[in-house]
Design a protein around this ligand. Structure first.
Ligand SMILES: *Cc1c(COP(=O)(O)O)cnc(C)c1O
Length: 492
């Protein structure tokens, strides 16, 4: 299996090369040249497997330069009971037609762990496979969840160092403390004076600085990225959609071949694109429901074909979806229209902040996707409703998706089984969950964890329990202009 660029002007590479490089040299994203197909026999075999075995099997179809033994070893090490307590991707039934796919049982309590636990190991092996002798220096700009998940995934891996930058006032108390108490000899964390865009721009400038790259090279380093445009983040996300279908079949909720719908709370479009790929591999997904918060640029795109980022930006209680540029949408455009048009749309986006796809492209996209969005009020209402009616505690991102799924069912009358992704533990956003349920203010952001568990009796997951008693290791704050010095100092 080889990988090509969505913009059509880069050489084909192996999976290991795609993972080590991150972005294609023409500015596009790596995509698999062909989409492997799953047969009925494959599905019946997968249904009998454990999650790590399913993951190794599906990854092996894309990562053909890794042996099945290597993948099985890594998947077993990563998706273990001790790390993903209660299972890697358990499917929780909420009535006959609705199931919640809980993707947050990993070591940082958000769904980013599903990919960021395995991808570092894939990168580690890629360094060996591509003959790379230098140390990979991973730079991350984070608005909260990605930074912590990446730090945890890369910690103490040989030949890799990682540094995460976050806006000093732009992440929650829980997220800040999670990063500040990070363990590992090869990790560093630095807050910056500025917002998330300043952090991201700082990181992009460092990546684009050829002189700096040369200097790092002389010290035996090269820069690499951990964000969701890397193919290594996407491939592991295909697994849980196929796994969820196997679990539906095993639970007698559907027969092989029956369609089911999937609803995904969407930010960068990575998670829902993985579901689309699973569908293209032969998984009988009916509709892919793209759920957004008030930053509803994708809802508008899916209904009109116009992608326009010239609009207001809102800070919401589902901050991991507060995004106006959904980078992975580029992969969908490539799948539907090919490289030439994709390159032209991306050029328009960077020059004018806007593009409009043609009618055929829109029709093809609407065949698979439909978008809905939840206001802040609807999100809070949904958290309350699911707690009251179902005794189910949903985080705000999950609530956005539950709201979108319900709206879709009401409007379409579609009664196929619905799988809704749950992307964070409710305790990661305990303050807003507490407010939604009680209508009252918690004693504070950290206090909200205790108050929520006392109120609901739902256990705090292990990565967040005892957080306030852990030793703080990283307290530094720098200006965006000092980020580059910080990286250099870390590289030594
Ligand atoms: C990252 C994230 C999302 C959005 O996922 P994308 O792949 O960027 O669409 C949704 N919910 C949570 C909790 C996240 O951390």
């Amino acid at each position: 299996m080889k990988f090509i660029s969505t913009r059509g002007h880069a050489a084909k590479v192996t999976a290991a090369q795609a993972i080590a490089q991150g972005l294609a040299p023409d500015g596009g994203l790596f995509v698999p040249e062909t989409i492997p197909q799953l047969t009925k026999e494959d599905f019946s075999a997968l249904c009998k497997m454990s999650y790590p075995e399913r993951a190794a099997k599906i990854l092996s179809l894309y990562l053909s330069d890794y042996t099945e033994q290597e993948l099985l070893e890594d998947c077993r090490a990563v998706y273990s009971e001790s790390s993903f307590v209660g299972g890697a991707a358990p499917l929780v039934s909420l009535g006959s037609n609705l199931s919640v796919l809980e993707l947050w049982h990993g070591p940082t309590a958000a769904f980013k762990d599903m990919a960021l636990q395995i991808m570092p190991r894939l990168l580690s092996r890629a360094l060996g496979k591509t003959g790379e002798k230098r140390t990979a220096l991973i730079l991350v700009a984070t608005s909260g969840d990605t930074g912590k998940a990446a730090l945890e995934g890369y910690r103490d891996l040989p030949q890799i160092k990682i540094i995460a930058f976050y806006p000093v006032d732009g992440v929650s108390r829980v997220q800040k403390l999670q990063m500040a108490t990070q363990l590992g000899e090869n990790v560093s964390v630095c807050a910056i004076h500025g917002n998330f865009d300043d952090a991201q721009t700082g990181v992009k400038q460092i990546f684009g600085n050829a002189e700096f790259a040369k200097m790092l090279n002389e010290k035996g380093y090269f820069l690499s990225s951990a964000n969701s445009i890397n193919w290594g983040r996407l491939a592991p996300q295909i697994v849980y959609y196929i796994s969820a279908y196997c679990d539906l079949i095993n639970a007698g909720k559907c027969k092989f071949g029956d369609p089911f719908n999937v609803c995904v709370p969407t930010g960068n479009f990575g998670n829902i694109f993985a579901a689309y790929l699973a569908k293209r591999m032969g998984l009988p997904v009916g509709k892919l429901i793209c759920a957004s918060n008030s930053n509803n640029i994708l809802t508008d795109f899916l209904s009109t074909g116009v992608y326009d980022r010239n609009r207001s930006f809102y800070l919401t209680m589902s901050p991991s979806m507060d995004i106006l540029i959904s980078s992975n949408l580029e992969r969908l455009l490539w799948s539907v229209t090919g490289a030439e048009k994709t390159a032209s749309y991306m050029k328009q986006l960077s020059e004018t902040g806007k593009y409009a796809v043609d009618a055929n492209t829109l029709a093809a996209i609407q065949n698979d996707f439909v978008g809905y969005f939840a206001t802040e009020e609807a999100t809070a209402q949904t958290v309350l409703q699911f707690w009251k009616d179902q005794n189910y505690l949903a985080d705000p991102h999950t609530a956005v998706a539950l709201y979108a799924a319900q709206t879709y069912v009401k409007e379409s009358g579609d009664s196929a089984p619905m799988v809704v992704d749950s992307t964070a533990s409710p305790y990661k956003f305990a303050n807003n969950v507490f407010r939604s349920i009680t209508g009252k203010e918690p004693g504070g952001d950290l206090e909200a964890l205790e108050e929520l568990t006392q109120l609901t009796g739902v256990q705090i997951p292990y990565p967040l329990a005892g957080l306030k008693d852990r030793t703080v290791r990283f307290t530094e704050v720098c200006k965006p202009s000092e980020m580059i010095d910080r990286v250099l100092q870390f590289a030594k």
